[in-house]
Design a protein around this ligand. Structure first.
Ligand code: GLU
Length: 288
């Protein structure tokens, strides 16, 4: 049976871009006679606000997009992420990273690279500073209580996993490039897990068979396939759909208040208008 999911972060109101993502997940589930799940990706407690969980669910109900079962919250699942982290540490594919953001930015600028693109979504690849620390200095710094994240050593991971692919319903079979995003973070200093780790663990735990999401996350799928392989988890299929963009061709952000579903509803639009708009966008983009 096909299982899809919509996985918003409760850090703001849903806007029309989220509505498209939710609708695609619902459509794909319906098309295959399957179910759609809802998962609140709320690892970053500082950015999430309690009121947004309910508002997300309210907005989805208003759109007529229903989900199966009780929504999951990633903040309830830390114990499971710790088990996955331990497994990766045992496999020797992680290393502790003590760098601050500032140090990374300095290192990158010394290498002549900008730390990230202007939408903040695509951080430059980590320069690998802590990959080269000796075992001894790692141990000493951890014992001294130095705050550290854990990064995936993409070379070690690639070697262990071997050649991999994933199947995307729009793009077909894609060969995994384990170095595409570099040595990504598996556990943040402050949180103990990362988006990549939590998504992979949860998609497997919820038996998601078709991951639908915006094509801004296509790069992340390369990391996710690697992790699925290392953790011995099943491989879902993917559908990366186009994003809704603003008038300047930029992807919608939470600051686009005018396109918040709540705002649209207040200005008199009804759910059918919004869904019609989404469907047209989707068809125009050839996502179907
Ligand atoms: N939580 C992510 C977001 O809000 C979506 C992650 C995913 O679908 O894998 O964009």
């Amino acid at each position: 049976m096909t299982i899809t999911r919509f996985a918003p972060s409760p850090t703001g109101h849903l806007h029309v871009g989220h509505a498209l993502a939710a609708w695609v997940a619902r459509e794909e589930a319906d098309r295959h006679g399957g179910v759609m799940l809802l998962r609140h990706e709320d690892l970053d407690r500082e950015r999430c606000r309690e009121e947004y969980y309910d508002r997300i669910e309210e907005d989805l109900r208003w759109l007529g997009i229903h989900w199966q079962g009780r929504p999951w919250r990633q903040s309830d699942r830390h114990d499971t992420y710790i088990v996955a982290m331990q497994r990766l540490i045992e496999l020797d594919v992680l290393y502790p990273c003590f760098c601050t953001r500032r140090e990374i930015a300095q290192e990158l600028s010394a290498m002549g690279q900008a730390p990230q693109q202007d939408d903040g979504m695509n951080p430059a690849v980590y320069p690998g500073t802590c990959r080269n620390l000796s075992e001894k200095s790692r141990r000493e710094r951890i014992q001294a209580g130095d705050a550290h994240a854990w990064r995936l050593d993409s070379s070690q991971a690639a070697e262990l996993a071997g050649a991999l692919t994933f199947f995307d319903h729009r793009a077909g079979t894609i060969t995994v490039d384990p170095h595409l995003l570099g040595d990504v973070i598996m556990a943040r200093k402050d949180i103990g897990a990362s988006y990549h780790l939590a998504v992979v663990v949860d998609d497997a735990a919820q038996q998601v068979s078709l991951v639908t999401r915006g094509d801004d996350l296509l790069g992340s799928t390369h990391v996710h396939r690697l992790l699925q392989n290392l953790l011995g988890l099943p491989e879902p299929e993917y559908l990366h759909h186009v994003l809704v963009c603003d008038e300047n061709g930029k992807r919608l952000a939470k600051r686009h208040d005018a396109l918040a579903l709540r705002q649209m509803r207040n200005t008199g639009l009804n759910a059918a208008d919004v869904l019609g708009m989404i469907r047209r966008l989707h068809e125009k983009s050839g996502s179907a």
